[in-house]
Design a protein around this ligand. Structure first.
Ligand code: 7XF
Length: 397
């Protein structure tokens, strides 16, 4: 792509950044490099590659040209120096944290997290002598209390999966910075189209690219974006030696395809979710709708400050609690009963028994993840059909 003297828009960068067809036989679409290994011209070159004196590929667990293009594009879209793409979102989180933490170090995490992230911290890292503290970071003042001299990382999601609590990224980052801790934000729910945590002061962004970035429910992938020096450590130690969670070139190509329509899809996800939230909030069977685009959303001002649009996810409480929630889920006809999110298909699931099962029930309750909560991922189907399905499932609950 030609150099321009003005900044390019999000969609343009999501479609073109880092690839010039003329360098690849004019191929419009980047080739998929399936090679696991790379030839060295001679032994000396192999040695230079291994010491890092000479840039270039060695082995696809450590780097692959197709994966590298995805990494360049994700770094560009998140506004970070570098990115590492991984085999899953959990692969990104574990590879990064295992690189950063040693026995005796501490992590402070928000109390509402995706279930397996919680599980990894609560019964994974603690086994290795790392102190994990959970705090309600919706009030940044709680971070001051939770931080210790050993805290190395502060980790949270905003909006949090599944209850949609928001965390003030700028406020939390400012406090963490004063205490010398790194801030890692899981930006899966928003994508860089809606929210760019690095610009708000965070140090690292992680993603489950399985969700909106891929966008089509046909792959598992993850990424971490941040300063080049840290990303190099996550690649050279975290993935290379600790987890081996490298992304396959085939899946990287699928994520690259997904990114091309990210802006379009997010616009539609957000528009439809707003319509569904407004419909649900007026229904007599519904006790509470948590959606950042509703005027009565408790953190509305923060949502408007740090998110470009309110997103495609809705948390729903029915008046009849857990029983009504399961009846509602079982009556859905167009929404698919499934975990995951950010797909073209609308999905509905019950966090307490599904995505958030790694939490003990009493901890779920204490952390604001109610037993009756139903989570909706609003897809790209015709909004009128989604409305019809929600209304028929709610009827007579
Ligand atoms: O390893 P994955 O690609 O599945 O990503 C893990 C992950 C990390 N962060 C957030 C905010 C996530 O939501 C996820 C995966 N969550 C799915 C869900 O909530 O439905 C997983 C299905 S059990």
């Amino acid at each position: 792509m030609q150099e321009r003297d003005r900044p390019l828009g999000f969609a343009t960068r999501a479609i073109h950044h880092g690839y010039d067809p003329l360098e690849y036989h004019g191929a419009l679409i980047p080739p998929i490099f399936t090679s696991s290994t790379y030839a060295f011209a001679d032994t000396a070159q192999g040695q230079r590659r291994f010491t890092g004196e000479e840039p270039g590929f060695i082995y696809s667990r450590v780097g692959n040209p197709t994966v590298a293009l995805l990494e360049a594009r994700l770094a560009e879209l998140e506004g970070g120096e570098a990115a590492l793409a991984t085999a899953s979102g959990m692969g990104a989180i574990t590879s990064a944290l295992w690189s950063l933490l040693r026995a005796g170090d501490g992590v402070v995490a928000d109390q509402t997290l995706y279930g397996c992230t919680y599980g990894y911290l609560h019964h994974g890292l603690t086994r290795l002598g790392i102190e994990v503290r959970f705090a309600d970071l919706t009030d940044p003042a709680n971070l001051e209390e939770a931080l210790t001299a050993n805290t190395r990382v502060v980790l949270f999601e905003s909006p949090a999966n599944p209850n949609m609590h928001l965390i003030d990224i700028a406020a939390v980052s400012a406090i963490a910075k004063r205490h010398g801790a790194l801030v890692m934000v899981d930006n899966t729910y928003c994508t860089p189209y809606l929210q760019r945590p690095l610009a708000l002061g965070a140090d690292l962004v992680v993603h489950s690219a399985t969700k909106y970035l891929g966008g089509h429910g046909d792959l598992i992938a993850g990424a971490v974006v941040g300063p080049a020096e840290l990303i190099q450590e996550f690649r050279g130690f975290g993935v290379k030696e600790m987890t081996g969670a490298c992304l396959s070139s085939m899946d990287a190509a699928q994520v690259l395809r997904g990114l091309k329509t990210l802006e379009l899809r997010m616009e539609r996800h957000c528009q439809s979710a707003q319509t569904m939230a407004e419909l649900l909030v007026t229904h007599p069977a519904v006790a509470q709708v948590s959606y950042p685009g509703l005027p009565n959303f408790p953190q509305r001002e923060l949502a408007q400050r740090q998110m470009a649009l309110p997103g495609g996810m809705i948390a729903l409480e029915l008046r009849g609690g857990y029983e009504a929630g399961t009846r509602f889920l079982d009556r859905l006809q167009l929404f698919t009963r499934a975990v995951s999110l950010g797909d073209c298909e609308s999905l509905a699931q019950h966090p307490a028994s599904m995505t958030h099962a790694p939490y003990a029930p009493e901890v779920r309750a204490a952390h604001g993840i109610s037993e009756g909560l139903v989570r909706l991922s609003i897809g790209l189907e015709s909004p009128a059909d989604l409305q019809h399905d929600l209304l028929q499932a709610l009827e007579g609950l």
